[in-house]
Design a protein around this ligand. Structure first.
Ligand SMILES: Nc1nc2c(ncn2[C@@H]2O[C@H](COP(=O)(O)OP(=O)(O)OP(=O)(O)O)[C@@H](O)[C@H]2O)c(=O)[nH]1
Ligand SMILES: [Mg+2]
Length: 370
């Protein structure tokens, strides 16, 4: 606030001065009548002293013009990133709350089934949908359902969710079977299992190309299986070798390509594959994932391999897990079906051609055992 003192002979004159300076908005803070002494009592005069104040309007704030890379902008960005993070966390919390709220809304009769699906690590979104669907039918039909009926409804639900995806083994329509996947998931063993079936059951002329030249043992491992099946193996160190291998195996009906297991979270390893293998060939590509891996890590791998038009998944080591829900979550999320699942180290026995009913039965097995 601005303040100023005015003296005038009369109050009216003092106010005129105040208004001249501050306009109508002035506030009179004090006013005093002053008696001037004059000379020996002569010329004695009265005057008025006024202290007026005026509130200045706050200056209009202009947007501060900051240099592009100045620290304040960085801090604004950081705040928005943090805000986003917090909002995402809140969203997740809310979703979880909604989910548990919707579970708690569901009748007790459904709890064993839903808990079984949770133990199988089926996604909470699928579990909630299953619970809601059965509950809605209970309300509509005004009756409880037996365990068998609940299982049947769950099967029907899952069949609708994933049943339209492609399932089943190699088609034999394509000459090349390309088997991709991270380290140690069981690519080579699975190739041996599939190849044995192609030879023994489908009477196909089979051949192998290995591009896994990083480890001598990898080549030997494939040679061992190939010798048992009396089939030729070509080793491709580079793309020229790969072309030669194709020419050498021209008389084969099916050619299995074994690739090196690498840390495919790293883009450079994925790029190495594209330099070596001719993906434009008449080829079916399968991505091998082990059921012992974390779902989050499998997702990263799938996204890295998406560019290769992965035809179907092969899930291995089913025998080493007690939760196969992720298999459903991944098929649903990426709309990719399953060719085979494997459940042991024995070649060629431990492999099954996948079908949606078989997988759903495995998921629901033991739902009411307790
Ligand atoms: N329990 C179990 N073990 C399996 C299964 N499939 C493969 N294995 C084992 O997993 C190990 C790795 O198998 P490989 O076939 O060499 O795996 P890979 O993906 O070719 O490995 P790299 O070439 O090193 O990336 C071996 O000990 C296999 O016997 C399965 O379904 N269940
Ligand atoms: Mg291998």
């Amino acid at each position: 606030m601005k303040m100023k003192k005015y003296s005038a002979e009369t109050m009216v004159e003092a106010m005129k001065k105040v208004r001249a300076d501050f306009g109508e908005d002035a506030i009179i803070l004090s006013s005093t009548v002053v008696n001037s002494k004059g000379f020996l009592g002569f010329f004695k005069k009265k005057s008025v002293e006024v202290v007026a104040g005026f509130d200045e309007p706050a200056p209009k704030m202009e947007e501060p013009v900051l240099p592009f890379s100045s620290p304040p902008i960085v801090s604004v960005d950081k705040t928005s990133v943090e805000l986003k993070k917090e909002m995402n966390e809140m969203k997740k919390m809310l979703e979880n709350m909604q989910q548990s709220a919707s579970h708690s809304r569901l009748p007790d009769e459904l709890k064993p089934l839903l808990m079984h699906l949770e133990k199988q690590s089926l996604s909470s979104s699928l579990i909630t949908q299953i619970g809601e669907e059965i509950y809605n039918r209970m309300k509509a039909e005004k009756k409880d359902f037996t365990h068998e009926e609940q299982l049947l409804m769950t099967k029907q639900f899952l069949e609708r969710e994933i049943g339209n995806l492609p399932f089943g083994g190699i088609s034999f329509n394509k000459k090349f079977i390309n088997v991709l996947g991270p380290t140690g998931v069981g690519k080579t063993t699975t190739i041996a299992k599939i190849a044995a079936r192609a030879l023994l059951e489908n009477k196909k002329k089979i051949g192998f190309i290995t591009t896994d030249t990083y480890r001598i043992a990898a080549i030997e491992q494939l040679r061992t299986y190939a010798n048992l099946l009396q089939a030729p193996v070509e080793v491709a160190y580079n793309s020229e070798d790969f072309e030669k291998a194709i020419a050498n195996l021209a008389d084969r009906d099916v050619i299995f390509i074994d690739t090196a297991g690498r840390n495919y979270k790293e883009v450079k390893f994925v790029e190495d594959l594209t330099r070596l293998i001719d993906f434009s060939l008449d080829m079916e590509s399968f991505l091998v994932l082990s059921m012992t891996s974390k779902e989050q890590d499998m997702k990263i791998i799938i996204e890295q391999f998406n560019q290769f038009a992965v035809e179907k998944f092969i899930f291995t080591k089913m025998d080493e897990t007690s939760s196969i829900g992720p298999l459903f979550n991944l098929m649903k999320d990426y709309q990719i079906g399953t060719a085979y699942y494997t459940d042991g180290q024995e070649v060629p026995e431990d492999i099954t051609e996948a079908a949606s009913e078989k997988l759903i039965s495995l998921l629901l097995k033991g739902a009411y055992d307790a």
